[in-house]
Write a protein that binds this ligand. Structure first.
Ligand code: SF4
Length: 225
């Protein structure tokens, strides 16, 4: 029966062998979602309900092959810039990791690069590979979500100064902003995490934000009441 159904499915699949390989390769090594009791720094500024769904292992992992390639492209950008800065002796450390208690909640993350400045001080750089549309939006100031993530990593790793560097993936133009740690914005993020943690421990759903601009693209928009 199973093999019969398998045959029907494979007859309906009109992808050639190479397309199948390209679609399947990104699934290799993926671990199933599980419940976790810590927060990822990359969630800084995200929807509190979406963070809670992710912690409960409920956020569907339906990223397709193209989406995975897009994400991998961003991740490999870090290696490339690590090599660039290493070649001019500016690289101190790539991807400094942390998992620590921050105001009573456990936060896990990693910075992108620790670099040496012209005065030989250490600074924390955040790197982002972005498309042309987003590039136009960050010309005068960094994206708020990117800043919140850098700010949280800066707090965890003990930095007060840093750089957020953007590379336009359409033409490799770069734009960077010098940034400074902001305690108020750190509190805004950590207070969200503390609120979610309280609800997780009580077994209750954290209230939905009144407005969340990314709800349109959220994978839980049907279930989220
Ligand atoms: S649908 Fe909107 S409010 Fe609900 S989890 Fe997604 S982003 Fe958050």
């Amino acid at each position: 029966m199973k093999s019969g159904l398998g045959k029907i499915m494979s007859n309906l699949d009109d992808r050639d062998w190479f397309q199948k390989a390209m679609d399947e390769v990104h699934k290799k090594g993926k671990k199933p979602r599980k419940q976790i009791d810590y927060f990822y720094a990359s969630w800084a500024g995200d929807c509190v309900r979406a963070i809670q769904y992710s912690m409960c292992g409920m956020m569907p992992d339906d990223i397709d092959a193209q989406g995975q390639r897009r994400m991998d492209n961003g991740n490999y950008m870090h290696n490339r810039y690590g090599d660039y800065f290493k070649s001019i002796d500016m690289l101190v450390e790539a991807e400094p990791a942390f998992k620590k208690d921050m105001d009573g909640v456990l936060v896990s993350g990693r910075g992108d690069l620790i670099l040496l400045t012209d005065t030989k001080a250490k600074t924390l750089a955040e790197l982002k590979s972005i498309n042309d549309r987003k590039y136009q939006l960050i010309l005068s100031a960094p994206d708020e979500g990117d800043f919140l993530q850098w700010n949280l990593c800066a707090k965890a790793l003990g930095f007060t100064d840093g750089i957020i560097l953007y590379e336009n993936k359409n033409d490799q133009l770069v734009k960077y902003h010098f940034v400074k740690f902001d305690e108020e914005k750190y509190k805004q993020v950590i207070n969200d995490f503390i609120l979610i943690d309280k609800h997780n421990k009580a077994g209750t759903l954290v209230p939905k934000p009144a407005v969340y601009v990314n709800s349109k693209y959220c994978q839980m928009r049907k279930e989220c009441q």
